[in-house]
Ligand binder design. Structure first.
Ligand code: FAD
Ligand code: SIN
Length: 538
């Protein structure tokens, strides 16, 4: 096995990981350098697919204020967002977005060069910055990737999967064990700081807007290392993913299309959102998702429709070039036809419990972006707050680290040596085809731990997940990226299901048909692994 040493390792090359790498490199003393690892190619991530935009409460936007953004975020969060976190992120958005502009990130501007803002659900004013019309994530990601690639102080490992965190008995993280998916070799990398920026979990569900890499790896790694996890039952389902037969990884039809006036209709073209919420199509995401789901169940259909024919054709071309192109590829002309849409798993509000600087309950281990649970989103994320959280928390972790001594660890503890040894012995076995196993897990989660939940169904789901886990022989060491991902999916699926079973109320995206009321006394849920057992905390 190869061994190396770094001051800081960042796992993940979405917007959180890339921006953290650039900021840490600018600010911190790094005697042993900085390493960014990513399991596919640099830039492949959920971030790359973000459409609607990034919230920017900009000083020059006189229609907006941090108090308005804070209030909208907290309302959408269904009573679970933390005021201080929301305030901090909102108040820092202007500073961080201006810093992003200095890194070459472009947001769309009007003919006078002023930033343009769009509206999304549950925002009371237009405050969502966008880029390339509906390609915000790709534009930001590409700008940051270019800066990371040209930075000689940032080493990059692509096609490299983080498979275990090296944590000692004092709960200190000293590095990470990685697996190269091309050479199939392991490497032990010691570092005094390890930052998880591994993104979300959409691939745990049959229908999702997330790309194939969103398998919850960072969550499983952190949980197995003993980190405290927060609000694991809160999965956000987006109401309008393009519903094309047989297409389970679904292309997103951005909420910004509704922000520009599109209406949800049934197969006969009849609008229905007035039956569910007075804010109609711009009600919080969980409400619109349940409305669509309910209409589909009631009418025994696989989709509802989005009627965007009211949007001016020129505006469609300018604001939604990629969405209209994707629709056209499927024979749908947005200017004249209804778009078939259905809910799909989209975002994970739960995660590794952190503060605003990304600190987890394990010394030396940080988490930022979608893998983290800072308390911003509460029970239901407000649209376009995720990218904002990614950049503010990346900025803050770098700011925090600038006062720290970042030598790589010199003393290696026995427990860590034992972990490394478990990966040193080659496995005498053939690689497992996990495709059918993954499909089964996705079906279980969609059916039993999905948009609507109840005790009987959750218990059934847990039973089926346990059976599936028992059929998968790998417990630690695997033979491929796909096997590692499936191992992690099993862990995270179980954590989501048992957390959903524990929360006996409906709140935000967690909707229990057997406990319809919100329990005002309940708060965040926490779960961690103690002596190999799942442990809940009040
Ligand atoms: P990601 O961008 O998901 O990056 C994770 C990285 O970690 C990837 O590079 C991955 O390869 C790597 N990785 C994972 N596991 C491992 C491992 N074991 N080893 C090594 N590397 C690993 N949010 C908004 O705010 N506005 C939007 O408009 C918006 N639109 C969206 C549209 C779509 C279709 C989707 C899917 C999401 C959207 N979101 C949006 C959500 C937002 O894009 C994500 O929450 C955000 O980009 C997450 O960024 P991240 O850096 O935390 O993780
Ligand atoms: C969208 O464009 O609808 C997605 C926005 C988000 O997830 O924040």
């Amino acid at each position: 096995m190869k061994y190396s040493n770094y001051s800081t390792i960042i796992i993940g090359s979405g917007i959180a990981g890339l921006y953290a790498a650039l900021k840490i490199e600018q600010q911190a003393e790094l005697p042993d350098g900085i390493l960014l690892i990513t399991k596919s190619n640099l830039g492949e991530s959920n971030s790359n697919y973000a459409q609607g935009g990034m919230v920017g409460v900009m000083k020059e936007n006189k229609n907006d204020s941090t108090s308005s953004h804070i209030s909208d975020t907290i309302k959408a969060g269904a009573g679970l967002s933390e005021f201080n976190t929301v305030k901090f992120i909102s108040e820092n958005s202007d500073r961080v977005i201006k810093d992003l502009l200095n890194f070459g990130v472009e947001f769309d501007r009007d003919e006078n060069g002023a930033l343009t803002y769009t509206l999304e659900a549950a925002h009371s004013v237009k405050r969502v910055l966008h880029s390339g019309g509906d390609a915000t994530g790709r534009m930001v990601e590409q700008a940051l990737c270019a800066k990371v690639r040209e930075n000689e102080n940032i080493d990059i490992y692509e096609q490299t999967v983080a498979v275990d965190l090296l944590v000692n008995s004092k709960s200190e993280c000293k590095g990470v064990l990685v697996f190269n998916n091309i050479t199939k070799e392991y490497e032990t990398i010691y570092a005094s700081v390890v930052i998880l920026a591994t993104g979300g979990i959409g691939q745990l569900y049959k229908y999702t807007t997330n790309p194939v890499g969103a398998t919850g790896d960072g969550l499983a790694l952190a949980y197995n290392a003993g980190a405290v996890m927060q609000d694991m039952e809160f999965v956000q389902f987006h109401p309008t993913a393009l519903a094309i037969d047989g297409d389970e990884n679904r292309f997103l039809i951005s909420e910004a299309v509704r922000g520009e006036g599109a209406k949800l209709v049934d197969a006969d073209g009849v609008e229905f959102m007035h039956k569910y919420d007075e804010r109609l199509e711009l009600a919080p995401r969980d409400i619109v998702t349940r409305a669509n789901y309910n209409e589909m169940k009631k009418n025994h259909t696989d989709c509802v429709y989005l009627n965007a024919t009211c949007i001016d054709t020129d505006k469609i071309k300018k604001r939604f070039p990629n969405i209209s192109k994707k629709c056209l590829e499927n024979g749908i002309d947005m200017a004249h036809d209804f778009i078939p849409v259905a809910p799909a798993a989209h975002y994970f509000m739960g995660g590794v419990k952190t503060n605003i600087e990304g600190k987890t309950s394990i010394d030396g281990l940080y988490a930022i972006g979608e893998v983290a649970s800072t308390g911003l989103h509460g029970g239901n994320r407000l649209a376009s707050n995720s990218l904002l959280e990614c950049v503010v928390c990346a900025f803050e972790v770098a700011d925090y680290l600038k006062s720290k001594k970042l030598d790589s660890p010199k003393q290696i503890d026995t427990e860590i040596k034992t972990t490394i040894e478990q990966y040193s012995e080659p496995l005498e076995s053939d690689e497992i085809d996990v495709v059918p196993l993954k499909r089964e897990l996705q079906n279980i989660m969609w059916e039993h731990v999905g948009i609507l939940r109840d005790e009987a169904s959750l218990l059934k789901g847990i039973e089926k997940l346990d059976k599936l886990a028992a059929s998968f022989p790998r417990k630690k060491c695997c033979l491929s990226r796909a096997e590692y991902e499936f191992r992690n999916m099993l862990t995270v699926a179980k954590l989501i299901a048992i957390s959903a079973l524990q929360r006996k109320e409906s709140r935000g995206a967690h909707y229990r048909t057997d406990y319809l009321q919100t329990d005002e006394a309940s708060s965040h849920s926490h779960i961690s692994k103690k002596e190999g057992e799942i442990c809940f905390a009040k």
